[in-house]
Design a protein around this ligand. Structure first.
Ligand code: DC
Length: 222
């Protein structure tokens, strides 16, 4: 059994950065499950399909190109919105489910564990995860971070518009019928509203480290 850290949270909360840092710290594999939904959205839009239409979205989910998971083209806000739409379709989630479960059961590179970030990792994909974080921050702070990130990439955006998009996406993710975004009852809440990256990582580690230490003790590898 591999060790699993589930990191869920709201849009632009910093969960991806924290998940990556945790994976590096523990020597675990990392997967950003949001990339699967974003790749699905990319495939749908490339085919001139409608991300809210089940047939189009399912076709997209079945034809994702994993080699593009690191492609900046999937990070745009247009893809983010379309990803949220395809993610509300149960058959799309089912099509991506086994891939995620398999990654956690057999982390690539023979890693002893895996960190996965998303919206339903601690609730649906890995309810038995050894450690679960739910990362959130005030919407205004998340919009500002996103604005800074985009400005750094030379993309000028109106911050109020970004805030409205983030609030709309959270609402869509929290209110969908299937696998909605919510904190698992046994997840630790990490509010990064007033925390920069380093203090947020230190806080995450304080919550996660004891759980991983006891998991490693219970199933030593060698
Ligand atoms: O984390 P992100 O912004 O890359 O996610 C893009 C969209 O994908 C998000 O709006 C909701 C969806 N998603 C999901 O429904 N379940 C996940 N495990 C990950 C992402």
């Amino acid at each position: 059994m591999s060790i699993v850290i589930a990191v869920d949270g709201t849009a632009a909360s910093g969960k991806g950065t924290l998940a990556k840092r945790l994976a590096r710290h523990f020597g675990f594999a990392h997967m950003d499950s949001g990339a699967l939904y974003r790749l699905t959205a990319l495939a749908v839009l490339a085919n001139e399909g409608d991300p809210a239409r089940e047939a189009d979205a399912l076709k997209g989910a079945r034809s994702i190109d994993l080699s593009r998971a690191g492609d900046p083209a999937i990070r745009t806000d247009i893809i983010g919105k379309a990803a949220s739409q395809v993610a509300a379709i149960p058959s799309v989630r089912a099509a991506l489910h086994d891939f995620q479960k398999n990654f956690l059961a057999h982390p690539p590179g023979g890693s002893p564990g895996a960190v996965m970030d998303g919206r339903d990792i601690g609730t649906v994909i890995a309810p038995d995860a050894n450690a679960k974080l739910f990362v959130d921050a005030a919407p205004e702070v998340r919009a500002h971070r996103r604005w800074l990130e985009l400005s750094g990439m030379g993309i000028g955006r109106n911050e109020a518009e970004l805030l409205a998009e983030i609030v709309a996406r959270d609402h869509a993710d929290r209110t969908r019928a299937v696998s909605p975004l919510k904190q698992a009852p046994d997840a630790d809440l990490l509010d990064t509203t007033s925390l920069g990256i380093e203090p947020a990582f230190a806080a995450a580690l304080r919550l996660v480290q004891p759980r991983i230490d006891s998991a490693l003790k219970a199933s030593p590898r060698g």
